[in-house]
Design a binder for this molecule. Structure first.
Ligand SMILES: [Zn+2]
Length: 120
């Protein structure tokens, strides 16, 4: 199951960026997933839940933003946007395009609950 390894990768990255004692304060992990990245969001959320269930990250959720598929036309210079991964320019019909978004999977932010004020 592809999403399981993706979810494990997310957990690994969070652990690299958040000190161990703060992992239980992670509230949300903001992801940007391209429309044609080949990731099933429900499946990813489910996998993440399974992996984190018995860990300090059990309280964290995935906040997923879908990034549309965008191609930039080399003929007319305009950007076409769709959810299907169509590489044709929707203005002039050219297939001479560059894919500029929609295939990525990025962690945009890791939201950690504000630490309680230090009693000093
Ligand atoms: Zn065009």
């Amino acid at each position: 199951m592809h999403e399981l390894s993706v979810a494990q990768g997310i957990v690994d990255i969070v652990k690299q960026h958040v000190p161990e004692h703060e992992l239980q304060s992670v509230r949300a992990i903001r992801l940007k997933i391209g429309a044609v990245a080949g990731i099933v969001q429900d499946s990813l959320e489910f996998s993440f839940g399974v992996i984190t269930a018995e860990s300090p990250l059990a309280g964290a959720v995935l906040a997923i933003e879908t990034v549309p598929f965008v191609v930039k036309c080399r003929q007319c210079g305009r950007e076409s946007l769709n959810e299907q991964g169509i590489i044709l320019c929707s203005y002039c019909g050219s297939s001479d395009t560059n894919v500029i978004a929609g295939t990525e999977m990025q962690i945009a932010a890791i939201e950690v609950e504000d630490p309680s004020p230090e009693a000093s």
